[in-house]
Design a protein around this ligand. Structure first.
Ligand code: NZQ
Ligand code: ZN
Length: 391
């Protein structure tokens, strides 16, 4: 039996002006009417939306717009998108934006195909069995959603709000147009959040129990070093093509499965679960939340297998002391103005908040998370306490 599967069917168009082909490419999929999905305004301000719609008109493709996706995208807009897609007789969804727009587009695709309550797919009640076709023009290097099998949606109709992800190969979009210069207008803060998220998708995969392919470890170290090299350049000069291009491609490869290829499992992912609870409840930016948690998680799990930290430190920093390696990652996060504790997110967590959040992560003790070290509610509480400076 195979120890892993590697499936990345997304057709990637990479380079300046990659999005110019959008009309022709959509036509090649037989698209007649497209739902153009976007965020809260950046694509209007930059003129990208106008350009894309012009390309659609040139190709004789009809379209209908649905904007308004917010970071930590909401199920309420997904429902609106499903209705609009159906009432307008659309046959393709084009996401123009960052990870939130992509994830919302994927959710609309599942809802259109599967009918019923789209939230069922996210809370685990039903399995995704198909999707309406989705393609994207990416404007932010971060989540890797443009090649990943994942979509993460926040339920804003419940109290407390829930943020849940669904992983399925139906989430691999048909095509991704990656023009690095479209990310030149991303704010410094979102650029730094994105760089952190890219690094975390590789770190999460690196830390796991079981077999690790050396080649994949080495690829991981290269990816981490590249992000740490180019993120500061992009922050210093947002228009730097090399910086934007390297970050963009690292973002896609960090989360398309390559960084776990040959390994005996898909990684730890505890930090993502611990972070998602923060962005669900407090609407913090995903990348910043990860930076705030990672060091505390790393210290908490270090003893499970220090040799994994030694290899990482040697590969990335030429550093064989595991504790110093953790500190070096944190120094990097701080150097790009990312927080390395919960306070840095603007949140004042006390013991009760740590307890509530930990119970949220485990769905009130109904599950454990992690693979490098399996964490229960008490463990997660300890990580939140450490990240809050209370332990
Ligand atoms: O909404 P607009 O106006 O477009 O502004 C966005 C938003 O405010 C802005 N932005 C995007 N491109 C821009 C730009 N501003 C100027 N110029 C541009 N070119 O950036 C802000 C953040 O956008 P968002 O899409 O929310 O960021 P990101 O790409 O980091 O996505 C975060 C979401 O993805 C989820 C996260 O949890 C979070 O909900 N994730 C999705 C994953 C996946 N599907 O594989 C994996 C990740 O681990 C993550 O969980
Ligand atoms: Zn992430």
């Amino acid at each position: 039996m195979a120890i892993m599967e590697y499936f990345t069917p997304t057709h990637v168009y990479f380079g300046v002006g990659a999005e110019d082909q959008v009309g022709e490419v959509l036509k090649s999929y037989g698209a007649i009417k497209v739902l153009v999905h976007f965020g809260s305004g950046s694509v209007r301000r930059t003129g990208l939306l106008d350009d894309i719609e012009e390309k659609l008109r040139d190709a004789g493709i009809e379209y209908v717009e649905l904007g308004g996706v917010v970071p930590n995208p909401r199920v309420s807009l997904v429902r609106k998108g499903i209705k609009l897609y159906e009432s307008e007789g659309c046959d393709f969804i084009l996401a123009v934006g960052g990870g939130s727009v992509l994830d919302s587009a994927k959710a609309i695709g599942y809802g259109v195909y599967g009918g019923g309550d789209v939230w069922d797919f996210y809370c685990g009640k039903r399995k995704v069995e198909g999707t309406a076709p989705v393609g994207c023009v990416l404007t932010l290097s971060a989540t890797g959603s443009e090649m990943s099998d994942s979509s993460v949606i926040t339920n804003d109709e419940t109290d407390p709000t829930y943020k849940r992800g669904v992983n399925t190969d139906f989430g691999r979009v048909k095509f991704a147009m990656l023009d690095p210069m479209l990310t030149a207008t991303v704010s410094k803060y979102q650029t730094a959040c994105g760089a952190t998220d890219i690094m975390m998708h590789t770190l999460e995969r690196y830390f796991h129990q079981g077999y690790a392919l050396d080649f994949t470890d080495e690829l991981s170290f290269t990816l981490l070093k590249e992000v740490m090299k180019w993120a500061p350049v992009a922050l210093g000069n947002p228009e730097d093509y090399d910086a934007r291009a390297n970050l963009m491609w690292c973002g896609s490869l960090s989360h398309n499965g390559l960084m776990a290829a040959g390994n005996s499992n898909k990684g730890d992912w505890a930090c993502h679960q611990i972070e998602h609870e923060l962005s669900a409840e407090y609407d913090v930016a995903h990348g910043a939340g990860l930076a705030a948690i990672w060091g505390s998680w790393a210290r908490y799990v270090l003893e499970v297998d220090p040799s994994r930290f030694v290899k990482l430190g040697e590969g990335v920093f030429g550093e064989s002391d595991p504790v110093k390696t953790i500190e070096k990652f944190e120094e990097f996060f701080r150097s790009i103005d990312m927080p390395t504790d919960i306070k840095g997110l603007g949140l004042n967590f006390d013991e009760a908040a740590c307890r509530t959040a930990a119970l949220g992560v485990t769905f009130q003790n109904a599950r454990k998370i992690g693979n490098f070290k399996v964490l229960d509610t008490e463990d997660i509480f300890n990580v939140y306490m450490m990240a809050s400076g209370l332990k």
